[in-house]
Design a protein around this ligand. Structure first.
Ligand SMILES: [Zn+2]
Length: 296
């Protein structure tokens, strides 16, 4: 039996996860308007190649290509009846790429429908997350990684659906922006402290933050989580710096060296799992790994 993530982290291990998937899919030819998860069926070798590149760079945990594979997001493409197939196939691909001993993280993103706007009921949200998480678990994912959340009600429902219906450890991360006052809030107004309390209460095993910021801004967010719950393992997936807008696109182009330079401070603040989000590449993961080794 593979050791659980939380057991490894409790022993002081720093776990390196992977970097961006979405921006690499675009680089591999994913056109706007195409469902990214459909590539699990149409181009599995491209997804597998990205996962392999992350393993070669040093990732010990790799996410599945299932960020939008819930029935609400898939319905934009008429694929709402393919939740089980797309999630199962994704786990298969990642497992084949990374082998039995590394960790397959089943990625679960937001549904895009808002409880507070009355677009959906709590039960409907719960059932959608349950459907996806059970599919990921049945296919052999090692943990569920709920990410890029901004609404606390949706995040806690997702955590509960994962905890109550799979035997897996559950990670949940939210996306924060820096306010003009200099503190951090999600788009829906949630502070890192409020997130930490609510997600712990919902049953999350690992809490953290992804996207929205480069490594530098992740440090105060991690400090806030760590202050609120010192025992909680913390995962950080930072973007390759702040985006700048060019040619109709957001460009993330912080170099691997700069991204990695914040790693010692991030670990000092309390981060225990470190990887990347938008714009990061296998080279960012390689440099992060070198920094972690130097830091020990
Ligand atoms: Zn991102």
């Amino acid at each position: 039996m593979k050791a659980k993530l939380t057991e490894r982290l409790k022993k002081g291990e720093i776990i390196i996860s992977d970097g961006a998937l979405g921006t690499l899919l675009q680089a591999a030819g994913l056109e706007p308007g195409v469902c990214p998860e459909l590539w699990n069926l149409d181009f599995p070798e491209r997804i597998e190649a990205i996962a392999r590149a992350y393993v070669e760079a040093g990732s010990q945990a790799v996410e599945t290509n299932t960020f939008g594979a819930n029935r609400f997001k898939l319905s934009h493409y008429g694929l709402q009846d393919k939740v089980v197939e797309l999630n199962s196939k994704a786990v298969e691909i990642t497992r084949r790429a990374i082998g039995p001993n590394r960790v397959v993280l089943g990625s679960v993103g937001p549904t895009g429908v808002l409880l507070m706007m009355g677009e959906v009921s709590e039960d409907e949200l719960y059932e959608a997350f349950k459907e996806q998480c059970v599919a990921l678990a049945n296919a052999g994912a090692d943990a569920i990684c709920i990410e890029t959340m901004t609404a606390i009600d949706e995040a806690t429902i997702a955590v509960k659906a994962a905890k109550e219906n799979t035997g897996l450890e559950v990670i949940c991360t939210m996306t924060f922006d820096k306010t003009i006052q200099g503190d951090f809030r999600t788009m829906m107004g949630v502070s890192p402290e409020d997130m930490t309390i609510a997600l712990k209460e919902a049953g999350a095993d690992i809490i953290g933050t992804n996207c929205g910021n480069g490594m530098e801004n992740m440090i105060p967010i991690v400090e806030a989580i760590h202050r609120t719950l010192p025992e909680m393992p913390i995962l950080v997936h930072a973007n390759a710096g702040k985006p700048h807008y060019h040619d109709g696109k957001n460009i993330f182009d912080e170099t691997p060296e700069i991204t990695a330079s914040y790693v010692p401070e991030l670990i000092k603040a309390g981060a225990t799992c470190i990887g990347g989000c938008c714009g990061t590449t296998p080279d960012h993961i390689r440099k992060i790994k070198e920094k972690i080794i130097d830091n020990n």
